[in-house]
Design a protein around this ligand. Structure first.
Ligand SMILES: *[C@@H]1O[C@H](CO)[C@@H](O)[C@H](O)[C@H]1NC(C)=O
Ligand SMILES: *[C@@H]1O[C@H](CO)[C@@H](O)[C@H](O)[C@H]1NC(C)=O
Length: 335
C-alpha cells in the first residue's frame, strides 16, 4: 500500500514535469511566431491609438519646417498615434505668413493638433534654455497616456509606434551612446513619456532653478537616472556623425562578431539625428572647405583592397535629402 502510493506520487510528478516541459517551449514559440513584433502584443487592432501622440515643439521658422518634415514622414509611414505640435502662442495659424502657412499645412495635411504654449526665456540671448524648457512641456500633455518626443533635427526612417506599448515607466530614453557608457547618460533626443502633472511639477521647479549650464539633458538625467527605462540605442537613435567616426564600438555595442556596415546600420535604424559638429545643422549651409575636410573618409576594403566610399555617399545623401524635402515641403532653401 505504502509503495503503491509512493509510486503513484512519482508517476504524477513525472507526468507533471513532462507536461510542463512539453507546454512551455510550444507556448513561447507560438507567442513569438504570431507577429513580427517581439513585444507581447495580443491584438494591435484593439489599441486605442488616440491615447498616444508623437509630439514636436517649434520655436522658430526653421524648427517649424523641421516638424513639418517629421510629421510628413509619419504620415507617409502610416503611423497610427495622434500628432501634436507645441508652438509659441504668439504665432497665429490664421496669419498670412510663412509660419502661419506651415502651421496650417501640418493641421490640414498631416492631421496635427496645434497646442499653443508660452515660450519662457531666462535671458534674451539664452535660446538653448528656451528650447530645453519647451521640450520638457511634453511632460505636461496630460490629455495623452503616452507621448513620444523626438528632436526635430533628425529624420524618421521607420515608424516607432511600438514604443507606445512599452510597460509603464515615467520616461524611457536611450543612452547617449556617442558619449561612451562610463557616465551612463541618457539622451533627451528620443523620449517616451507618460505625461503627469506631478512629474511635470518637479521638472518645472528644476528648470526654473537650473544653473547656467543645466539644460534638459542634465535635468532629466538627474531626475530620472534611477527611474527611467533604458531604450536600446539600436535602432532608436543613430547620429549622422557615426558615419564619420573612426571607431564604432559604442554604436555597435561591442559584440565581437559585429562589423561596421553603413548600409546595414542604416537599414535597421529608425531615427537618424543630425549631429556633425563642426558641420552645420542641415538647414544651414556649411562652407565647402569645411565640408571637404569633415565628410566621411573613404576606406580601403580589407578584402578586395578597393576604395570604399559608401559611408561618404550615404552621409552626403542625408544632407541632400534633407535639403530637397525642406524645399519641397516648406519652400525653404538651405542658406
Ligand atoms: C500644463 O498643463 C495644464 C493643464 O493643461 C495647463 O493649465 C498649464 O498651463 C500647463 N503648464 C504650462 C507651463 O504650460
Ligand atoms: C588606400 O589605398 C591606396 C592605394 O593603395 C592608398 O594610397 C591609400 O592611402 C589607402 N587609403 C587608406 C585610407 O588606407
Amino acid at each position: 500500500m505504502l509503495i503503491s502510493s509512493r509510486f503513484l506520487c512519482l508517476l504524477f510528478c513525472a507526468i507533471l514535469v513532462v507536461l510542463l516541459l512539453w507546454r512551455l517551449p510550444i507556448s513561447s514559440s507560438q507567442a513569438f511566431c504570431r507577429s513580427d513584433s517581439p513585444l507581447p502584443v495580443q491584438s494591435l487592432s484593439d489599441i486605442d491609438w488616440s491615447r498616444f501622440a508623437y509630439v514636436q515643439y517649434a520655436t522658430n521658422t526653421a524648427y517649424l519646417c523641421n516638424s513639418v518634415m517629421m510629421f510628413e514622414r509619419l504620415h507617409q509611414l502610416q503611423s497610427r498615434p495622434d500628432r501634436v505640435l507645441m508652438y509659441p502662442s504668439h504665432l497665429d495659424p490664421e496669419r498670412d505668413s510663412i509660419e502661419g502657412a506651415l502651421l496650417r499645412k501640418m493641421q490640414a495635411q498631416y492631421r496635427v493638433r496645434l497646442v499653443p504654449i508660452d515660450v519662457q526665456s531666462r535671458s534674451s540671448s539664452d535660446v538653448t534654455w528656451a528650447e530645453s524648457y519647451t521640450k520638457l512641456l511634453a511632460f505636461n500633455q496630460t490629455q495623452y497616456a503616452r507621448v513620444l518626443s523626438l528632436d526635430s533635427d533628425g529624420t524618421i526612417l521607420q515608424a516607432m509606434d511600438e514604443l507606445f506599448l512599452l510597460p509603464p515607466a515615467p520616461v524611457a530614453m536611450p543612452r547617449a551612446y556617442w558619449l561612451g557608457f562610463e557616465h551612463r547618460l541618457l539622451t533627451s533626443a528620443v523620449m517616451v513619456i507618460q505625461p503627469s502633472a506631478s512629474e511635470f511639477g518637479d521638472l518645472w521647479a528644476r528648470i526654473h532653478g537650473a544653473g547656467p549650464s543645466d539644460y534638459d539633458m542634465e535635468i532629466l538625467n538627474d531626475l530620472y537616472k534611477d527611474r527611467a527605462m533604458v531604450l536600446p540605442h539600436r535602432p532608436y537613435i543613430l547620429l549622422t556623425g557615426e558615419f564619420r567616426a573612426p571607431r564604432h564600438t559604442n554604436y555597435l555595442g561591442g559584440a565581437p562578431h559585429t562589423r561596421w556596415n553603413p548600409d546595414l546600420v542604416l537599414s535597421e535604424a529608425k531615427f537618424l539625428h543630425f549631429s556633425d559638429w563642426p558641420v552645420s545643422k542641415p538647414w544651414l549651409k556649411t562652407p565647402d572647405p569645411v565640408l571637404d575636410q569633415e565628410q566621411p573618409a573613404c576606406t580601403n576594403d580589407t578584402q578586395t583592397g578597393r576604395p570604399d566610399c559608401r559611408a561618404r555617399e550615404l552621409w552626403l545623401g542625408f544632407y541632400r535629402d534633407f535639403a530637397q524635402r525642406r524645399q519641397r515641403l516648406c519652400g525653404l532653401d538651405v542658406h
